[in-house]
Design a protein around this ligand. Structure first.
Ligand SMILES: [Zn+2]
Ligand SMILES: [Zn+2]
Length: 282
């Protein structure tokens, strides 16, 4: 048994997801890795249930044995469901605009080509996978383009720092309507869950200084920072979030350093450079 909604993965909608399943990276996975390591050896599979909008569907999780072929060290997990079966058709309905985009792209591609373009940046949709209280049942939650655009309208002009500190509670905004709040609650929940997931991954330590703040008080204070500001990018992917102590968080928002993704370091306007002490996911 686990917390009902432990975050597993956020997946960009693509053709495979709409028709038969998806691959989940196992590196940096704590929740799914923990669940799967115990029960699946390479080449093995297990029946699971997928809960989506009040209905339960049959699926399976497969630990694909790519070993001989590709010499991969890591496990490769896939969630698979019957091709164009009930679950796939439900996803095609929910992501109707993405589905027609991909259908069209498949029609237009040159003969023999197997490649399908990705969704344009402003039309991207996502599927989020959470655990449920039942061991072999996972919840699919859809994030559709209209939900992303509604949130964009609500957060425009908001302060990134206060938003980041606030979202763990809730964004309270008198100007947003109930419908807007409902439409954006999934994205806000997801944002918070990814932050919680990363905090756990780092054992509540700051990625910049490596310190565990508050330990002597029986407490731990750590915050999730968005490398590209969330109020502008709406990007809450794990690779856009970093776990930092309150001091470093204040300093980042005060001094506005640039993050160098190749060197994994912050460069401050005065020239000072600070490499991350802890990094497992960037
Ligand atoms: Zn720190
Ligand atoms: Zn921040």
């Amino acid at each position: 048994m686990h917390d009902r909604n432990e975050y597993i993965y956020k997946k960009e909608v693509n053709w495979s997801l709409l028709t038969e399943g998806m691959t989940l990276p196992v590196e940096n996975q704590i929740v799914f890795g923990r669940l799967v390591n115990g029960f699946l050896q390479k080449g093995e599979q297990k029946a699971i249930h997928i809960y989506l909008n009040g209905k339960v569907y049959d699926a399976k999780v497969v630990n694909v044995n790519y070993n001989q072929k590709y010499q991969r060290k890591h496990d490769v997990l896939q969630i698979r469901y019957p091709k164009n079966g009930e679950l796939a058709r439900e996803l095609q309905k929910l992501y109707a605009s993405s589905y027609s985009y991909f259908l069209n792209a498949r029609k237009l591609r040159p003969e023999g080509s197997r490649s399908i373009p990705k969704l344009p940046e402003n039309a991207k949709e996502y599927l989020v996978i959470y655990t449920t209280i039942y061991d072999d049942t996972y919840e699919f939650e859809t994030i559709e383009t209209n939900e992303v655009s509604t949130l964009k309208e609500i957060v425009v002009g908001k302060s990134e720092y206060s938003f980041e500190l606030d979202y763990s509670i809730d964004i309270k905004d008198e100007t947003s309507t109930i419908i807007e709040v409902q439409k954006t609650s999934k994205i806000r929940k997801l944002n918070r869950k990814i932050g919680e997931y990363l905090k756990e991954l780092y054992g509540y330590r700051c990625q910049i200084c490596g310190r565990l703040i508050g330990e002597e008080y029986g407490s731990h204070i750590v915050e999730a920072h968005h490398i590209d500001y969330f109020v502008k990018s709406l990007n809450n992917n794990a690779d856009n979030q970093m776990i930092v102590c309150p001091n470093h968080h204040r300093i980042i928002h005060d001094a506005n350093p640039t993050f160098d993704r190749t060197e994994i370091l912050y460069v401050y306007p005065n020239g000072y450079q600070e490499k991350l002490k802890l990094n497992k996911h960037l």
